[in-house]
Design a protein around this ligand. Structure first.
Ligand code: ZN
Length: 451
C-alpha cells in the first residue's frame, strides 16, 4: 500500500491523501489550500493523480480545507462516490456552493479592479461544478464497516470538532490506517469528545496546535469583558467567525451571557446565510452535541438572521452598539469584508478574532497588529480595537491530543504528523516522543511512503 501526502503537509490546509492499494486509488479528504498566495496557487496545479482513476473519496468533515477541492475533482473526471457522515453531506451542500460563489466573486472583483495577472481571471470552479459534485455524495453512519472493494473497507468514527466530523479508519492488505481528520476538544461545552481508539497500525494525525496549549481562561468571561467595554463606549463589535462551528459557539456564549445578565441586551446579527443554515443543522443532529433541543432553539433565536445582501448593508446603517457575527473567520472572503471596511476605521469599534488565523490571511495580519490591510481593492486603516477570543478552538491542543493518544493500547507502527505549520508539527513530534516514546514522522508535500 502506498500513501501520498497531497496536502496538509507542513501546512494546515489542502488536506488530501492518496492511498494506492489492490490496483485501486482512493482519496481521504479532498481539500483546498488556503492562506498564503503560494499555497493557494497549488490549487491550480495538476494533482499527482488522475481524477478519473480515483475509485472513491472518503471525507472526514465539511470544512473547505478538507472538502473544497471536490468540485474540481468531479469537473476533471472523477466518477466515483464521496463517502461521509450525514451531517458532513448536509454541511457540504451549504459550504461547497458557497466556496464556488466566493471564487466566482473573487474572479469578478479581480477583473473589475484589475488586480490579476491573468486576463480574464477565472474561478477555480463554479456554482454548477459544486452542484454537480454534490450528486456524488453518499452518506454512511458512524461506527460501521463498509467494503468498497474485495480488499478495501473503511469506518467513520466521531472526531468531535464540528457536526459530522469523523476520523476515517481504513483496512486494506491486512493493515489499518487511521486518518484523524481534525480532532475536537476533550471537554467542549457543545461538541462531544473524539472517539477513543485502541489499536491502529498507522496513524495520520493533525498537529494544528502541536506547539500550543489553549488559554485556560473561560471564553465566556473574556467575551463579557470585550462586549461590555465596546458597548459602553457606544461601539460596534464585528466578530468574524467560521460559519460552521465557531458562529454557533459564539451565539451560545452570547446567549448565556444575556441570560445571566452579564452583558447588555444588544442586538446580535448573524450575517451569514451559511451560518444560519449550519445553526439550523444543530437541531437535526442533536445526538452529536451536548445541547438540548430546547436550548439549541433558544440559542438560534437569540440573533437576528440576515439573509440578503441588502439586509446586510442595512445593518451597517442602524445606529447604536451592536454585535455582528459574520463569515469568513479569517476575513478572507464573505460579508465580513464589508463590515470590516465600514467599522475598522473608528476606534470606538471592536473586531474580535475567534479562531485559528492561517498565515497570510487578513485575520493573521490583524492578530499581528498590522494597522492597514488590503480589502476589496482598497487599503483600510485599522483603528478599531482588535482582540482575540482565546480558548474557543474546535481543535484539540497538544495536551488534549496526548490525552487521546494515551488511550491507545499500543503504539502505532508509525505516526505521520500533518495539518500543522512546520513549527507546530515539529513541536508535536517532540511531545509525542517525550510523553509516549513513539517516533513520529513529518511528511513533505507530495511525499509517498510504502506501508
Ligand atoms: Zn476542520
Amino acid at each position: 500500500m502506498e500513501l501520498t501526502f497531497c496536502g496538509a503537509a507542513g501546512t494546515v490546509t489542502g488536506s488530501k491523501y492518496l492511498v494506492k492499494t489492490g490496483g485501486e486509488q482512493f482519496l481521504v479528504d479532498c481539500g483546498l489550500f488556503q492562506g498564503l498566495k503560494e499555497l493557494q496557487l497549488r490549487n491550480w496545479n495538476t494533482p499527482p493523480f488522475n481524477p478519473r482513476d480515483i475509485h472513491a473519496v472518503l471525507l472526514t468533515h465539511a470544512h473547505i480545507d478538507h472538502s473544497g477541492y471536490i468540485p474540481l475533482l468531479v469537473k476533471n473526471g472523477f466518477k466515483g462516490k464521496i463517502y461521509c457522515s450525514p451531517a458532513t453531506a448536509d454541511l457540504c451542500s451549504i459550504l461547497l456552493p458557497d466556496s464556488a460563489h466566493i471564487q466566482e466573486e473573487e474572479a469578478l472583483r479581480a477583473n473589475k479592479y484589475g488586480y490579476t495577472k491573468h486576463h480574464p481571471a477565472l474561478p477555480l470552479y463554479t456554482r454548477e461544478d459544486a452542484d454537480a459534485a454534490l450528486k456524488h455524495f453518499f452518506t454512511v453512519p458512524f461506527g460501521h464497516d463498509f467494503s468498497l472493494t474485495d480488499s478495501f473497507s473503511f469506518r467513520l468514527q466521531h472526531a468531535g470538532h464540528i457536526l459530522g466530523a469523523s476520523m476515517v479508519r481504513i483496512f486494506a492488505e491486512h493493515t489499518s490506517i487511521l486518518f484523524s481528520g481534525d480532532i475536537g476538544r476533550m471537554n467542549d461545552e457543545i461538541m462531544k469528545a473524539p472517539h477513543p481508539i485502541d489499536t491502529i497500525d498507522y496513524l495520520v494525525l493533525e498537529s494544528t496546535y502541536g506547539d500550543r496549549l489553549h488559554d485556560e481562561k473561560n471564553p465566556i468571561d473574556q467575551l463579557a469583558q470585550i462586549v461590555n467595554r465596546i458597548s459602553e463606549r457606544g461601539g460596534v463589535l464585528v466578530i468574524p467567525a467560521f460559519a460552521v462551528g465557531r458562529a454557533q459557539n459564539i451565539l451560545y456564549y452570547l446567549h448565556q451571557l444575556k441570560r445571566m445578565r452579564r452583558i447588555a441586551d444588544l442586538p446580535i446579527y448573524l450575517d451569514s446565510p451559511m451560518a444560519i443554515s449550519a445553526t439550523e443543522l444543530f437541531w437535526k443532529y442533536s445526538n452529536e452535541h451536548h445541547l438540548s433541543l430546547a436550548l439549541a432553539k433558544e440559542v438560534c433565536d437569540s440573533a437576528t438572521y440576515i439573509n440578503t445582501p441588502e439586509e446586510s448593508k442595512h445593518i451597517t446603517e442602524i445606529a447604536g452598539p451592536k454585535i455582528i457575527i459574520s463569515a469568513s473567520g479569517m476575513i478572507t472572503a464573505g460579508r465580513v469584508l464589508h463590515h470590516i471596511k465600514t467599522f475598522a476605521n473608528d476606534e470606538k469599534n471592536g473586531i474580535l478574532l475567534t479562531g485559528y488565523q492561517a498565515e497570510g490571511t487578513r485575520g493573521a495580519k490583524l492578530a499581528a497588529g498590522e494597522k492597514q490591510i488590503k480589502l476589496l481593492g482598497e487599503t483600510v486603516s485599522i483603528n478599531a480595537e482588535v482582540c482575540e477570543l482565546k480558548n474557543t478552538s474546535a481543535h484539540a491542543d497538544y495536551a488534549e491530543i496526548l490525552t487521546w493518544l494515551k488511550k491507545f493500547k499500543k503504539a502505532p507502527r508509525e505516526v505521520f504528523l500533518t495539518h500543522g505549520e512546520q513549527k507546530a508539527a515539529l513541536a508535536m513530534q517532540q511531545h509525542i516522543e517525550d510523553t509516549l516514546g513513539w517516533k513520529a514522522k513529518i511528511p513533505q508535500y507530495l511525499e509517498t511512503v510504502s506501508l
